[in-house]
Design a protein around this ligand. Structure first.
Ligand SMILES: Cc1cc2nc3c(=O)[nH]c(=O)nc-3n(C[C@H](O)[C@H](O)[C@H](O)COP(=O)(O)OP(=O)(O)OC[C@H]3O[C@@H](n4cnc5c(N)ncnc54)[C@H](O)[C@@H]3O)c2cc1C
Ligand code: FES
Length: 520
């Protein structure tokens, strides 16, 4: 998805002195007009593509841990030995290059092009023989990542992928960002196309809703009456926007945003609208505000909170985000709620009215639990799953926004609404459906983009008693730590991708000293 990369660093076809690459070090260069990353671990030297296959992040600026290189932008992981994208959000592997040793130099020679993310690399794990048929319900982040991982790990049986949306699975985070702002072409949005599913024998059932699960018969029932039997079932039905029961809330210029169709409808409306009112100062609400400003609309944000994003990111970041949006011309009406929508204006609870010919409501989402409930799965503010992502119903797994899983760091059950977590839950569930018995232990991560600023967030802090800002938020260069009883539970960064990555690694290892270093 990135533009043609600018080449930097040494020409690796000419080679570099062996001594220039220390054990554990990475170096970015190029060969045959392509960016290439060299990495050394012990006596072995590896060369892979230097651009992340997610959005093209510069891997040389990431972290190299064991045999894994991690992308500084959204924390994807790649194994430098095989190129495999071992953890989302990247799905496709990196190309590998041959490295030769010549006259004391490391020289990059031949390129081995990468296959797609559903193709097994090396010897895939042998799937459990009892598993011949898998159904995945929910063609979103978790479902898509799961389907690909099933094939990548060598599952050869019947694979049915059911999605209520008429479109192929999409890059949902982009729907409120560059795509909505008009800076990303439509072809960036689908995660995969028809040919991909055909090549991997995935039966993608588009535009159909699974209505119930007959767990005793191990069958999923679709809204056209079809029954799909399974040996293993993954439920990944995601979340749905909370709808406000507002007078005038069903007028045609009132929009919600979850699907590609929703984003297209907002874009179509924005082409004729002059003033937009966004209800909700959530991540999605604010990203919509930024995108509509980029399109030149006047934008008002109405929210009951005292500050945007304060509940998740605290007052300091909230004030900064507000100032950032105001500097781009957004007008906030905080501490206010809308009471009525009319065709050309919205009434607020203080009696004021705001003119608006486009209204976007982003006041949170609710997990889509009905299907899991019909299976008889235990529900507690989400679908209860264990560390292997099994629900309480045999052979039924859950992943993504619906899953409430035990957080490896705190032991508390959490349910998070993050793209990367959803994909990784899907990937882990897939391996476990094939018999891996792998605990889900990833540190939660999300990002959010506002104009040219990106907030990265690692960890999970539902509450905290201290917020510590290091650096300068206004200058777009800061680390913010959220502590409870002195312990860092989560870290947000602006303009410090590397610190976010180091904090992620430190949390994953349970290394509190390294975590303290990362936030300085
Ligand atoms: C506009 C937008 C921007 C976002 N930006 C970010 C971001 O920047 N960073 C971040 O970390 N997160 C972001 N998120 C959140 C992220 O997209 C979600 O956490 C993630 O998509 C959850 O994945 P999922 O697979 O659980 O659900 P989804 O991706 O929502 O997929 C669930 C799918 O299941 C389908 N479905 C539901 N019920 C049924 C049924 N009964 N039968 C068949 N199909 C069904 C739905 O149609 C849907 O396609 C954003 C979300 C939105 C809407
Ligand atoms: S660009 Fe590398 S993870 Fe997104």
């Amino acid at each position: 998805m990135a533009d043609t990369p600018e080449l930097s660093g040494p020409d690796l076809e000419q080679g570099i002195p062996e001594g220039d690459l220390a054990d554990g070090a990475m170096l970015g260069g190029h060969a045959r007009g392509k960016p290439v990353l060299l990495a050394r671990r012990g006596g072995e030297v590896f060369a892979v593509g230097a651009q992340c296959t997610h959005y093209g992040g510069p891997l040389a600026e990431g972290l190299f841990v064991g045999h894994t290189v991690r992308c500084p932008w959204h924390h994807a992981c790649f194994d430098v030995r095989t190129g495999e994208a071992t953890c989302a959000p990247a799905l496709n592997p990196l190309a590998r290059w041959t490295v030769a040793r010549r006259d004391g130099k490391l020289v990059v020679t031949e390129e081995h092009e990468a296959p797609d993310g559903a193709t097994p690399l090396g010897t895939p794990a042998a799937p459990e023989p009892a598993v011949r048929s898998i159904v995945v319900v929910g063609a979103g982040a978790a479902g898509e990542a799961a389907v690909e991982m099933l094939r990548r790990r060598g599952f050869d049986g019947t694979l049915t992928f059911v999605g209520a949306d008429p479109s192929d699975p999409v890059d949902r985070p982009n729907l409120s960002k560059d795509y909505l702002a008009g800076n990303a072409p439509e072809e960036w949005i689908p995660l995969r196309d028809e040919a991909f599913y055909a090549a991997h024998r995935v039966d993608l059932v588009r535009g159909r809703r699974a209505t119930s699960v007959d767990a005793a018969a191990r069958a999923v029932v679709l809204d056209d009456g079809r029954r799909l039997t399974y040996d293993r079932l993954l439920i990944a039905t995601g979340a749905e926007p909370v709808r406000l029961p507002l007078p005038g809330g069903d007028l045609p210029h009132v929009r919600y945003l979850r699907t590609l169709a929703d984003s297209r409808a907002i874009i179509a409306a924005a082409e004729h609208a002059k003033r937009a009112l966004v209800m909700g100062a959530s991540f999605i609400g604010l990203e919509v505000a930024a995108s509509l400003r980029t399109r030149g609309l006047e934008v008002h944000v109405v929210a009951p909170d005292a500050r945007p994003l304060e509940r998740v990111l605290g007052p300091e970041v909230g004030d900064w985000v507000r100032a950032l949006h105001e500097s781009h011309g957004v007008t906030f009406h905080l501490g206010r709620t809308a009471t009525r929508v009319e065709p050309t204006r919205v009434a607020l609870d203080d009696g004021a009215t705001v003119d608006a010919d486009l209204v976007v409501i982003g006041v949170g989402v609710r997990p889509a639990l009905a299907l899991a409930e019909s299976a008889g799965a235990a529900i507690d503010k989400g679908v209860t799953v264990n560390e292997y992502l099994e629900t309480t119903v045999p052979n039924v797994y859950a992943a993504g926004d619906i899953a409430r899983y035990p957080d490896a760091r705190t032991g508390e059950r959490v349910r998070v609404e993050h793209w990367v977590v959803a994909e990784r839950l899907g990937q882990t569930a897939a391996r476990n459906m094939l018999g891996a018995r792998e605990r889900f232990a990833d540190v939660p991560f999300f990002w959010s983009a506002h104009y040219d600023r990106v907030i990265n967030y690692v960890g999970h802090a539902e509450r905290w008693d201290a917020v510590e800002v290091n650096g300068d938020l206004a200058a777009g260069d800061a680390t913010v730590a959220y502590r409870l009883g002195g312990r860092v539970l989560a870290v947000a960064t602006v303009g410090r991708d590397r610190a976010a990555l180091e904090a992620d690694e430190a949390m994953a290892r349970g290394d509190d000293a390294a975590l303290e270093r990362a936030i300085r």
